[in-house]
Design a protein around this ligand. Structure first.
Ligand code: ADP
Ligand code: MG
Length: 288
């Protein structure tokens, strides 16, 4: 089902690469080193208060961190601490009360073509087919005509293993396949930054593991447009498996209580002591 083509600019893994990755862990393929200079995304002193009738609800308190080229950055923290809100601010969908988020030094004030978002619950339009859902995500692309939009969408669906499912409605797809449509919709935009809000938490373990590998391969594949990934997750093993950087937020109002650079070599074995030392480290920060 996987195309395994690399020429398109967007993904994906061939069957044999996937088999190799499943044997050896998420990153059996040679990963370029993350660079720590010139961040693609910088979150600078971001605070946000929601207005609730007459009261103010402080949600984020002076949050700063960066995401650089080739970095897989994970944000974690207790439920309700403002993770989704922060991701929406980075995506230009919500405005902060103070502070700024920059994409390559330019302040983000509204959604931008270089930044795409994948949601936990897929957010597909049930009355549109897979293809129409992906096309819908391209509706703001004035530079493409209808034929080009269709071509780009078909390619994104093919690259995410959905060839043959173009005309199927979300109700007929499994959770994993719905999330593939969500990923295809993001990839069709050829974004540099991929934002993901708990993208695997609604999926069964095996499907989640498979998609984790595919998303990581997007980041490290030099022909993919994706240059950095910022993921929200509360699954500590998933975080330790994937991250180059872990940002831990406190309970609401969220502020950064840990900004950890992960030096654990890849491939990362869940059976190693080092892996569980990291799991412990993240848990202890979550408990603060
Ligand atoms: P998390 O993703 O970390 O679980 P959220 O960012 O979804 O947390 O929410 C943080 C807090 O902000 C919660 O208390 C939530 O109820 C509140 N909140 C989120 N969105 C809004 C909104 N649009 N208006 C008012 N309060 C909101
Ligand atoms: Mg959330």
């Amino acid at each position: 089902m996987y195309s395994g083509k690399y020429e398109s600019g967007i993904i994906l893994l061939s069957d044999s690469t996937l088999k190799m990755a499943s044997k050896q862990g998420v990153d059996a393929i040679q990963a370029p080193s993350p660079s720590f200079d010139s961040p693609l995304i910088s979150v600078e002193h971001v605070s946000l208060d929601f207005k609730k009738e007459k009261e103010q609800l402080p949600v984020l308190n002076d949050v700063s961190f960066t995401a650089s080229k080739n970095q897989f950055v994970t944000m974690t923290g207790p439920s309700g601490c403002g993770k989704s809100t922060l991701l929406r601010i980075i995506g230009g969908l919500t405005k902060s009360t103070s502070g700024v988020v920059k994409f390559r030094d330019s302040p983000i004030t509204s959604p931008r073509a270089e930044i795409a978002m994948i949601f936990q619950n897929f957010v597909l339009l049930p009355w549109r087919t897979s293809l129409e859902n992906v096309l819908f995500g391209l509706s703001s692309r004035k530079d493409l005509n209808e034929d080009q939009k269709k071509q780009v969408s078909m390619k994104a669906l093919e690259d995410t293993g959905l060839k043959g499912f173009e005309n199927v409605y979300p109700g007929e797809l499994s959770g994993g396949m719905k999330q593939r449509v969500g990923i295809a919709r993001a990839l069709a935009l050829a974004p540099q930054v991929l934002l993901m809000d708990e993208p695997f938490s609604a999926l069964d373990d095996l499907t989640a593991e498979h998609l984790r590998r595919e998303i990581y391969s997007l980041l490290i594949n030099p022909t993919s447009s994706i240059q950095t990934v910022i993921m929200v997750s509360h699954n500590v093993e998933e975080i330790v498996e994937l991250s180059d950087k872990i940002v831990v937020l406190s309970p609401r109002p969220g502020h950064v209580v840990g900004d950890l650079t992960m030096d654990l070599p890849r491939p990362r074995s869940k059976k190693s002591e080092e892996f569980y030392n990291w799991v412990d480290k993240v848990y202890s920060l979550l408990a603060t």
